[in-house]
Design a protein around this ligand. Sequence first.
Ligand code: C2E
Ligand code: MG
Ligand code: MG
Ligand code: MG
Length: 304
Amino acid sequence: YQAKEQGLGYQFYRLDLENLSSERLTLENSLRRALERDELRLYYQPKVDLASGAVIGLEALLRWAHPVRGMIPPDQFVPLAEETGLIVPIGEWVLRTACLQIKAWQGEGMPLLPVAVNLSARQFRQPSASGETEGRPLSDEAAGVHDLVETIERVLGETGVDPSCLELEITESILMQNLSTAANILQALSAKGMRIFIDDFGTGYSSLSYLKRLPIDTIKIDKSFVGDITTDQDDAAIVAAIIAMAHSLRLKVVAEGVETQEQFDFLLERGCDAMQGYFYSKPLPAEEILPLLRSTRNSSSGRD
Ligand code: C2E
Ligand code: MG
Ligand code: MG
Ligand code: MG
């Protein structure tokens, strides 16, 4: 927003800012109560093996079913949840809800599919019980580096879900904020049998050396590279290079945001392992997943 230095333009600019901050406060207060009021939802988006067309997993994506504004996407409230620390209890709710859903699907006879949960930086530096460190930078010790590991183990234990059914998606920026803490946490989670995905790969401006040092299973190519792979030579080159590099490091590759047959074919030809995107399915409420799996299994025994 450009501030206009004079006249009505400036007035409007000021008013806008005031609206923005009071709007923010309202949002923050209602987000605080969203958990108690049971307004959060998880949608699930399939991950599809490119070569076989089989669904190989699901990603849990958070939504806020706001009573007035309707379904709010995570980009509009997760940043605020991170700033305020609310992402810590919300993140635990996400883990528990995803695990309960895995159990429910097992009971309904759905083929066993791992579910991936997105983690935020704040969960990696979750203060220990006292919470007195709020607002101050946390040292590794004060941050209680194993709180996230304990939380995940507790939720798995309480819900009776096997760690191999839970996948964790983290961004490069989480790693960069505190590499040694993140490395310890990931080692512990990986040792329990959870697979770790690097989300939004290619947008983090980070060193690549972590790829060989950390227990990473898969990288997810950010959808900003995938969107134009069939029209933009540079994006095509970047995606092909990421796939080749990942494979030579014995990592698997998922492409995000695949919307067209042409993108699908490009990725298949370059040896990408799996895809996620509207081309196969949008994120769906849990109850629509089993019908989707049934209909695609019955209707298409092999795409052409
Ligand atoms: P993400 O983890 O990279 O998730 C992928 C996003 O791309 C999702 O947006 C998904 O709906 C969208 N997407 C999938 N296929 C396509 C496609 O073909 N085209 C396009 N244009 N978009 C596609 P969504 O659900 O709005 O989530 C946005 C981001 O919010 C996520 O990005 C993730 O960073 C964050 N997020 C979502 N759920 C959680 C959560 O439970 N905890 C945390 N900390 N962050 C979350
Ligand atoms: Mg993700
Ligand atoms: Mg992503
Ligand atoms: Mg993202």
